[in-house]
Design a protein. Structure first.
Length: 110
């Protein structure tokens, strides 16, 4: 019986995204994550947020997706809990949107 995995759609042109995927693969000891590049049909397309899909089909975008991934990787669970606290959640949301909007400028593009 094959186990259904969480699907993680990411921007494979983003250097930061590629580093994070590499890091998460190392932390995914239960092999519950499947990493898939976000399909881009043209050079000008934009991918603004990570998308994480649970085996049941629930979709998490952006910071919610990052928090879901942190809960799935035991060493990161304390950070997921901290991020779920209201003041840190707001700050984290602003930080995520800033980094997502500026990721190519800040970290380069493949």
């Amino acid at each position: 019986m094959s186990r259904r995995r969480w699907q993680v759609f990411y921007d494979d042109r983003c250097n930061l995204c590629l580093r994070i995927v590499h890091w998460l693969r190392r932390l995914d000891r239960r092999h519950c994550l499947a990493f898939l590049p976000f399909p881009c049909v043209s050079e000008g397309c934009s991918f603004d947020a990570v998308q994480v899909v649970s085996p049941e089909g629930q979709v998490f975008w952006g910071l919610d997706g990052i928090v879901a991934l942190m809960y799935l990787c035991p060493p990161l669970r304390p950070f997921a809990w901290l991020t779920s606290l209201s003041p840190l959640r707001r700050l984290g949301g602003h930080l995520y949107r800033f980094i997502a909007a500026n990721r190519y400028r800040l970290f380069g593009r493949r």
